[in-house]
Design a protein around this ligand. Structure first.
Ligand SMILES: NC(=O)c1ccc[n+]([C@@H]2O[C@H](COP(=O)([O-])OP(=O)(O)OC[C@H]3O[C@@H](n4cnc5c(N)ncnc54)[C@H](OP(=O)(O)O)[C@@H]3O)[C@@H](O)[C@H]2O)c1
Length: 437
């Protein structure tokens, strides 16, 4: 540090929560204090840490810093308050109080950002402080800053990724080991990978919160969790995974936000989370286990992929500390990070407007003319067939149809028609296919 930096007053940091992420932050703040001081131009000093149970042993955090009085932490007038407690309340009230008291806030709380990011942004604006949340999406992977800053000169058209490591771990196990859903659920549970409320993972809610945050940044449009179409992985069977493999695909839980622009209908965005088949040669197909990856398409930049560890104490702490350095520099040098950008105000469209391909697995009566009848049902709804594969002869036959791109509404109408046909004994499975042009 220069002589001037040495005399700079320390940047005081208070922290709400000291669990998996918070304890890593505290440890890394100490371990890297020398480097961080140089990067910021002032020493960083942890002044208080709010927790639920003050008596839990916490390595690396002096007992004297711990308190159960979270309000006192929020109102400490620290330069930076880090919120890593999670949940909506009391986190929201505490963050608003901290900003109101003049502290910049760094949060890893995707649930809160997706539900009420607008309130947090406006409090930051009113108080002239920073609001950073890199760790809220995809853990260690720098993704928020690239969307908020690096790509601010471009026009993003699509964001598609694997943003929930637990469901990716489960689907990878089902794919590679032929395991059933119930078995991999039990394994994820025994390894402690599932959230306290497992539906946040398996029903896609965690991924949907992250999709809302990414969509808002990518399209400069306010998007909340309620705007995201969401299907989880509970209905994915071993048979679906085997069928996908046979066709050269793998099933992933994808979060997708895309710009929809057609000649005849209003432009807007669709934000969705659901299991989908992607070709084995697609970069996202090789994202295994608990890793995350996000594919971004921007008009000028083209395609980019961001890949890395999406969770865990140290990886998430890395993202938080990057934000700490940015906010601390502003305290030392002046200036503020970007605020909310929702000027585009695009309409968030119904899932029916999404453009996708379908895989449809049909159990049909094996009699002459069936194929033609089924092809007619697709054609009648304006959906064109890409590939048909027939299995078996005799009374029962399996038919697998993959379509070209069509609107989700047209594809759904096709499935409804198929279900009503005498030639179709059962629509066995339907899945969206992504990642093919
Ligand atoms: N874990 C990850 O890999 C990861 C990745 C990305 C983002 N995040 C986000 O980071 C945040 C923290 O996650 P985490 O895994 O570190 O959670 P955690 O291990 O459950 O830790 C939560 C911490 O907050 C404290 N806390 C929670 N509610 C409280 C309350 N009402 N009053 C006082 N203290 C309270 C707990 O105190 P006690 O210790 O006394 O119980 C604990 O120290 C969440 O928003 C999560 O979504 C986590």
């Amino acid at each position: 540090m220069s002589e001037r930096d040495k005399s700079a007053p320390p940047i005081r940091i208070a922290m709400l929560g000291a669990g998996t992420v918070g304890s890593s932050i505290a440890r890394l703040l100490t371990r890297h204090q020398h480097d961080l001081a140089h990067r910021v131009g002032a020493n960083l000093e942890l002044i208080s840490v709010g927790v639920k149970d003050i008596n839990k042993p916490r390595e690396g955090i002096p007992q004297s810093l711990l308190t159960q009085d979270l309000e006192s932490v929020a109102l400490s007038r620290a330069d930076i308050v880090i919120e890593v407690m999670g949940g909506i309340e009391p986190a929201r009230t505490l963050i608003l109080a901290a900003m109101n008291a003049g502290s910049s806030v760094i949060t890893a709380n995707k649930a809160l950002m997706a539900e009420d990011g607008a309130a947090l942004y406006s409090a930051a604006e009113e108080s002239g402080v920073d609001l950073y949340f890199e760790a809220a999406v995809a853990g260690a992977i720098p993704l928020i800053r690239p969307l908020r800053e690096s790509l601010a000169g471009d026009r993003v058209t699509k964001v598609m990724g694997i943003v929930n490591g637990t469901t990716n771990f489960m689907l990878t196990k089902m794919d590679e080991e032929g395991a059933e859903y119930d078995e991999v659920f039990a394994e994820a549970d025994s390894l402690g990978y599932l959230e306290a409320d497992p539906s946040l993972d398996v029903d896609g809610i965690d991924a949907a919160a992250k999709a809302a945050i990414l969509a808002e940044l990518a399209f400069h449009t306010r998007v909340t969790l309620a705007d995201v179409y969401c299907e989880g992985i509970g209905s994915v069977t071993k048979a679906d995974i085997t069928a996908a493999r046979d066709m050269g695909f793998v099933i992933k839980l994808l979060a997708i936000a895309e710009l929809i622009s057609t000649d005849d209908l209003e432009d807007g965005i669709v934000v969705r989370v659901h299991p989908a088949m992607i070709p084995l040669n697609h970069p996202l197909a090789n994202v295994r286990g608990s890793f995350n990856a996000v594919f971004v398409h921007a008009e000028a930049a083209g395609e980019m992929m961001f890949y890395g560890r999406g969770a865990g104490g140290d990886p998430t702490a890395s993202a938080v500390l990057g934000d700490v350095v940015a906010a601390a520099r502003h305290r030392v040098l002046g200036g503020r990070g970007p605020g909310e950008s929702t000027y585009s105000g695009l309409k968030v469209l119904d899932i029916g407007r999404a453009e996708t391909r379908y895989y449809v697995n049909l159990d049909v009566r094996d009699r002459p003319g069936v194929l033609a009848q089924i092809a007619n049902a697709f054609a009648a709804n304006g959906v064109s067939i890409q590939v048909v594969r027939q299995d078996g002869h005799g009374y029962e036959a399996g038919l697998i149809v993959r379509t070209h791109r069509g609107s989700e509404a047209a594809l759904r109408a096709t499935v409804v028609q198929l279900e009503s046909m005498d030639e179709v004994r059962k629509v066995v499975g339907v899945m969206r296919v992504e990642g093919e042009e």
